[in-house]
Design a protein around this ligand. Structure first.
Ligand SMILES: Cc1ncc(COP(=O)(O)O)c(C=O)c1O
Length: 458
């Protein structure tokens, strides 16, 4: 028996793609066998979801006739399967470390499919990027100096973007203000070893409106670059496209209704990811392309008229529905007649927002190892990890269960690919790292697993 709801009364139950819903609803026994064999927690990765998400975005860009370049923000998840899926879908990869770059190259990507971002690139990372002529987003005049010192005297020029810090993010340590960008433009214009490809930014928050405002700022600098003889071809607007984890109405109702009493520590977090947002990533992009610049042109018109490519680096939006994380319940400690703390084998390092003083506002799906009886009563419980830290909780929120969970039942967290499942994972207490698998279906329709290791995709 599997308990989750979809539709208008869904509350915080996760939106699931049909394949995942089918796997969870009809294969409880198999999931329990997999946990026995591979340990708890484990993650099931669905790389094909990434290709579908990429297509939804490129369709919008194509409908608007806008030249585009999509780069998968590989930081969102350590799965090589997702990186492989991005390359198979014909898009590029945004790398933020030498190690992400190495994996991308090992999977067969050429340098022109790669953009490198981040303010603290090391010398070794710069050298590797120069060697494959990947596009480098330069974060500061200091980085431009360092890069210049690494560039060879001859050969193909090094493609670079300059990262702008738009006015809305004046306090951010990322990127440069307009004056610093102008300074870097003059350095680049005087040095044939650079090829100026355009401007870059990445903003925190999830509004398309702030991206529209930043494009307005960038458009002025694009004109300045052209005025000094440079030939920019791109504005890269980073990531931050929103995804929807739960039904928008159910989410809104929850937000309005919740109070400190819903949390075992009596502390209601002050902010949450917009788990039940009204717009999908594709709608968000449509709104952005239709937004007006100061001269009245839409952003889509601007990119077309100026022969510019709109680049995006979505992480979370491309990883939407690309993984679930499965935990086994190890013990249930009663706290009262109808309240309990549920301990899982695993820790909040594998799925939680409590480390960010927030909460994952998505209910886990329980898969009972044996059917509940009608005599069993609903209860409330919070979820604790297996470590020695009181703070190690998957959720501080009291969750409603139809019956008291039991040791051996499973809890499935849906949609964990975006920064949830492995950002903080470690071997605390020497527990082995959780495993990652890819689910396939045999000719008989039966699901089976392969490991999601780099070697599987080489
Ligand atoms: C430069 C840059 N690009 C892209 C992203 C991906 O953002 P998101 O996963 O919200 O789309 C990030 C995330 O921090 C980033 O720093």
């Amino acid at each position: 028996m599997t308990l989750y709801r979809q539709g208008s009364d869904a509350g915080l139950s996760p939106i699931l793609r049909p394949r995942t819903a089918d796997l969870i609803s009809h294969n409880g026994t198999l999931l329990i066998e997999w946990v026995e064999k591979h340990g708890s927690p484990f993650h099931l990765v669905s790389p094909e979801a990434l290709g579908e998400n990429a297509r939804a975005l490129t369709d919008v860009l194509a409908q608007h006739g806008v030249n585009h370049a999509l780069y998968y923000g590989a930081k969102v998840n350590k799965s090589p399967g997702l990186m492989h899926a991005a390359l198979n879908a014909g898009i590029g990869v945004d790398v933020s470390s030498l190690y992400e770059l190495r994996d991308t190259l090992a999977l067969g990507a050429a340098g022109d499919r790669i953009v490198a971002t981040g303010p603290a690139k090391t010398r070794a990372f710069h050298d590797a990027l120069i060697a494959c002529k990947a596009l480098i987003s330069v974060d500061s005049p200091e980085e431009l100096d360092d890069l210049s010192a690494r560039l060879p005297e001859d050969g193909e020029p090094q493609p670079v973007l300059l990262r702008l810090r738009p006015g809305s993010q004046a306090g951010s340590r990322f990127g440069m203000d307009a004056d610093e960008v102008l300074l870097c433009l003059s350095v680049i214009a005087a040095d044939k070893r650079f090829r100026f490809d355009g401007l870059h930014f990445h903003l925190s928050g999830y509004g398309w409106e702030t991206r529209a405002a930043a494009i307005r700022e960038a458009s002025w600098l694009i004109s300045e670059a052209r005025a000094i003889g440079l030939t920019p071809r791109m504005i890269d607007i980073g990531g931050g496209l929103p995804i929807r984890y739960v039904d928008a109405r159910g989410y809104q109702a929850h937000i309005e209704r919740q109070s400190a009493a819903d949390y075992r520590n009596h502390k209601q977090p002050s902010s949450f990811y917009p788990y039940g947002g009204e717009v999908s990533a594709a709608d968000w992009l449509g709104c952005l392309l239709a937004a007006a610049l100061d001269d009245g042109r839409s952003i889509a018109d601007y990119f077309r008229d100026e022969n510019l490519t709109l680049a995006l680096e979505p992480g979370r939006a491309l990883a939407d529905q690309a993984a679930v994380s499965v935990f086994r319940i190890t013990r249930v400690k009663t706290l009262g007649p109808d309240t309990a703390v549920v301990f899982v084998e695993g820790s909040s390092f594998s799925a939680c927002e409590t480390w960010f003083a927030s909460e994952f506002l998505i209910d886990p799906i329980i898969i009972p190892a044996a059917a509940y009886t009608p005599a069993e009563k609903p209860c409330k419980a919070y979820l604790a990890g297996h470590s020695c830290l009181d703070e190690d909780v998957l959720t501080n929120r009291w969750l409603d269960f139809p019956a008291m969970p039991r040791a051996g039942d499973l809890l499935v967290y849906a949609n964990t690919a975006g920064y949830q499942m492995d950002l903080l994972e470690n071997e605390f207490h020497r527990h082995p790292m959780p495993k990652r698998f890819r689910v396939h279906h045999g000719a008989d329709g039966m699901p089976f697993l392969t490991t999601d290791d780099l070697e599987m995709y080489l």
